[in-house]
Design a protein around this ligand. Structure first.
Ligand code: PMP
Length: 444
C-alpha cells in the first residue's frame, strides 16, 4: 500500500505524555485542521522575499504579487470546475467569512424570495449567518442522520416561489456523510432557487464539479477554507456568478473595494474586488494555491480512495470494541474519512483526554460547532439542552470524532484501536462537574 506520510510537516513530532515519556504523535483530527504539505511550506518560503503590496504599487515585487493574486483565481475555478468566464472568486479568510459575505450579498437581492432552506446537519457557519437575514427552515435528517431528500422536496413545495437559496454542506464534519449536492441543486433550480455548498469538508477529499456541462445540477456558490486542505490558516474562498456580486453593498468596506470616493459618494469596484476590502493575506493565498496544486497532482480520486480504505479498515476494527456506538453508518451512505463514536461508560471528554495525554493520539470531542445535529444524533431535544445550560452541575454530552487525512496510515489505526481497547478494559475514572476527565495511566 502506498504511503503518503512524508507529504506533510510534523508527522514525527514527539508528543509528551503524562507518564513522563514521549511518543510519535498521531493526528486523527484532520476535519478540524490539516498539517501543511511540505511542498506548501517550501513554496511559501521561496515566495516570502518576493511579496509586496497587491494592487497598490508599480514596483516589480508588487506586480509579481498582484499577478499571483489575480491568476490564482483561475487555479481555484479550475480546482472546483467553476465557470472560468462567468464565475468569480472572492478571497476570504475562511469558510465562515465566505458564508457571511454571501448571506450579506443575497439578503440585498431577495427578489421576492425571503426563505433560505438550510439543513439539520450544518456547521454553525452555514446556519447562523442566514438566521437574522432570512426566514430559515431546516431540511430534516433521518434516524441515521442522513439528509431527507423527500423533506427537501416537501419544503421546496411548501414555500413555493419563496425560496431564495438552499444552503447545504457537501460533507458533514460530524458524520462525514456526503450529500448528493448535484441532485439537491437540480431540485433547488426546478423551484427557482439557487444553491450554496459549504465545501469545507468536501474539497480536500474528493473531486468537485461546480458546473457540470449543460445540466441543471450545477452549484451556484461554494465556499471553503485552506487550513483543512494542507495549507496554514488564514485563507479561503467564495465562488459564485460574477453578476450576483455586482449588486448591493459589500459586507466589509474600505480600500481596494472602491474605484472612487468623494466626500458624499462612493463608486464601488467591480467584483471580486468590491468584496475584498483591505490588504489581503497574500501568503495565505499563496499557500492555498500551492496546496491546490499538490492536491491536484496527487489526484483527488486517489485521495478519496486512500481515505475510504482507512475509514473502512478503522470502522471494521472498531466494531469489535465492547460498548461502542457509531453515529454514522458508512455502509448505508458514502462518507469521507470521519468516524463519530462513543464508548459506553467513558465520557467523550475523558476519551479524548486519555487518547491525547496517555497515547499522543489527537481526536476531537464535543459538538463540533454543529450543535443541533449532534443533539439530534444523541437524542436530546432543544429543551433538554436549555435545561443543561441552566444547570451549573450539568455534565455535557458529546461525541468523539476520529478524522483521517491523506498522510495517515493503517498502522496508526492499529495503535488507535489498541488504545481504545485498553481504555475500555481499564474503566476507572471520574468526570468532574465541568465535564473534565480525571484519571491517569489507562494506557500501558
Ligand atoms: N463548515 C464545515 C462543514 C466545517 O467543518 C467547518 C470547520 N469545522 C466550517 C464550515 C468553518 O470553517 P472555518 O472555521 O475555517 O471558517
Amino acid at each position: 500500500m502506498h504511503s503518503y506520510r512524508n507529504l506533510v510537516a510534523g508527522v514525527d513530532t514527539r508528543i509528551p505524555l503524562d507518564n513522563g515519556s514521549y511518543t510519535t504523535g498521531i493526528n486523527f483530527d484532520n476535519a478540524a485542521t490539516t498539517p501543511p504539505f511540505l511542498s506548501v511550506i517550501n513554496e511559501v518560503d521561496s515566495f516570502i522575499p518576493w511579496y509586496s503590496s497587491v494592487h497598490r504599487g508599480k514596483g516589480y515585487k508588487s506586480v509579481v504579487s498582484t499577478n499571483l493574486y489575480e491568476e490564482g483565481r483561475n487555479t481555484i475555478k479550475d480546482f472546483v470546475k467553476a465557470d472560468r468566464d462567468n464565475d468569480t472568486v472572492v478571497y476570504t479568510k475562511n469558510t465562515t467569512e465566505a458564508i457571511n459575505i454571501l448571506a450579506c450579498i443575497l439578503s440585498q437581492q431577495k427578489n421576492g424570495r425571503d426563505v433560505v432552506l438550510s439543513t439539520w446537519m450544518e456547521h454553525a457557519a452555514n446556519d447562523l449567518p442566514w438566521r437574522d437575514k432570512f426566514t430559515v427552515d431546516y431540511i430534516e435528517t433521518d434516524d441515521y442522520g442522513r439528509l431527507s431528500m423527500n423533506n427537501l422536496e416537501d419544503k421546496l413545495k411548501k414555500y413555493k416561489d419563496k425560496v431564495r437559496l438552499v444552503t447545504v454542506t457537501g460533507a458533514s464534519n460530524v458524520t462525514g456523510y456526503l450529500n448528493d449536492i448535484n441532485t439537491i441543486a437540480e431540485l433547488a433550480h426546478r423551484h427557482g432557487a439557487e444553491i450554496h455548498v459549504d465545501g469545507a469538508q468536501l474539497v480536500p477529499h474528493l473531486p468537485v464539479e461546480m458546473k457540470p456541462y449543460r445540466t441543471a445540477s450545477y452549484i451556484d456558490y461554494m465556499s471553503f477554507s485552506a487550513h483543512k486542505m494542507y495549507a496554514p490558516y488564514g485563507s479561503g474562498a467564495l465562488i459564485g456568478p460574477k453578476s450576483a456580486f455586482e449588486k448591493g453593498l459589500p459586507y466589509c468596506q474600505g480600500g481596494s473595494a472602491i474605484s472612487l470616493v468623494t466626500h458624499n459618494k462612493i463608486w464601488w469596484e467591480e467584483p471580486p474586488h468590491k468584496d475584498e476590502a483591505g490588504t489581503p493575506n497574500l501568503l495565505g493565498i499563496a499557500a492555498m494555491l500551492s496546496a491546490i496544486k499538490a492536491l491536484t497532482s496527487l489526484g483527488m480520486d486517489n485521495i478519496f480512495n486512500h481515505e475510504a480504505a482507512l475509514l473502512q479498515y478503522a470502522y471494521e476494527k472498531m466494531k469489535s470494541i465492547p460498548g461502542i456506538t457509531f453515529y454514522s453508518h458508512p455502509e448505508i451512505q458514502e462518507t469521507i474519512g470521519v468516524i463519530p463514536f462513543n464508548v459506553e461508560g467513558v465520557h467523550h471528554s475523558l476519551m479524548s483526554a486519555i487518547l491525547s495525554y496517555e497515547a499522543g493520539i489527537a481526536v476531537r470531542n464535543g459538538f463540533f460547532c454543529a450543535h443541533p445535529y449532534c443533539e439530534r444524533l444523541l437524542g436530546y431535544s432543544a429543551q433538554d439542552m436549555e435545561d443543561m445550560m441552566k444547570d451549573p452541575n450539568s455534565i455535557f454530552p458529546g461525541i468523539v470524532r476520529a478524522s483521517f487525512g491523506i498522510y495517515n496510515g493503517f498502522y496508526e489505526i492499529d495503535r488507535f484501536i489498541a488504545c481504545l481497547n485498553q481504555i475500555v478494559l481499564n474503566k476507572k475514572y471520574y468526570v468532574d462537574k465541568y465535564g473534565n476527565a480525571r484519571g491517569r495511566y489507562y494506557i500501558k
